[in-house]
Design a protein around this ligand. Structure first.
Ligand code: MG
Ligand code: MG
Length: 275
């Protein structure tokens, strides 16, 4: 069952989404060689509490931490651990919060120190996939239009999209209907309507699309061990068009990145932080 949100509900989801965005921005300054993901997890948990919210993943389906941290061939759902990050790694960080009964959910793949050009290209294309998907997230389109836009851009660059994990509706629950696969056919799937809020989250692999679950029961990794990237925004359909509720502005600020392809979506820039 799909719950379409009122303008007031969308504002509350935006509040939660921006707390996640700020958390990712804080982490962006901390992610460097030698740092452990369990350290990042503790920082994030304290930061979220300091902002009047609760970690949204901690305890969700039994997940043990605040962050999902998935380095290199990790796709999603990695458990933070005591292994230090190494120069040249990439690290996907997925974070959720809950505040006043509404959820935010956002992911970003970070570079650890100096990263090989081929990996940087994977991150760039995955970010572009995210914005292609968002552009297709509008009233009258269908979920297949979003998936198709993401899949086509990834495959045009020789990458593959993960099939087993999907984007999703977002609201009082972290995962609501409809599912938003990162692949699909135009004109297929559920129709998108005013008031729909969803987490759009391409997971793009440099090698095979196939993934498997690790022995820890959580971590999803690529079957061939090749790198995977993950970027996620929370998006509402307002006046028929996509409005990004989360923001990478805080991450961009921390990393000194001027532009990442979000330019067509000006509402992504909260006025208080836009530069
Ligand atoms: Mg997420
Ligand atoms: Mg999500």
């Amino acid at each position: 069952m799909i719950y379409y949100k009122t303008a007031a509900e969308i504002e509350r989801i935006r509040e939660s989404a921006l707390i996640v965005s700020k958390t990712l921005g804080m982490l962006a300054s901390e992610i460097k060689p030698g740092v452990t993901t369990s350290h990042l997890d503790k920082l994030a948990e304290a930061f979220i509490h300091d902002h009047g919210a609760e970690p949204g993943f901690l305890g969700l389906y039994g997940f043990p931490n605040t962050l999902c941290t998935s380095p290199n061939g990790g796709v999603v759902h990695g458990i933070p651990n005591a292994e230090p990050l190494a120069e040249g790694d990439i690290l996907s960080v997925d974070c959720g919060v809950r505040k006043d009964g509404f959820c935010g959910d956002q992911a970003y793949t970070f570079e650890v120190g100096e990263v090989a050009p081929a990996l940087r290209h994977l991150l760039q294309v995955t970010r572009e996939c995210l914005y292609k998907g968002i552009a297709a997230f509008r009233a009258g389109n269908r979920t297949g239009d979003v998936g198709h836009a993401i899949q086509k851009h990834a495959e045009d660059h020789g990458y593959s999209v993960v099939r087993e994990l999907v984007g999703h509706g977002l609201g009082r629950k972290m995962h609501e209907d409809p599912q938003l696969p990162n692949y699909g056919k135009c004109g297929r799937g559920k129709k998108l309507r005013e008031g729909l809020v969803a987490a759009i989250e391409p997971m793009v692999n440099s090698g095979t699309e196939k993934v498997e679950r690790s022995e820890d029961g959580w971590t999803i990794k690529t079957s061939d061990g090749k790198a995977s990237a993950h970027f996620e925004h929370d998006v509402a359909i307002v006046n028929g068009k996509p409005e990004i509720l989360s923001s990478f502005t805080y991450v961009r600020h921390a990393l000194g990145i001027k532009s990442d392809g979000s330019a067509p979506f000006d509402s992504e820039m909260p006025s208080s932080t836009a530069t």
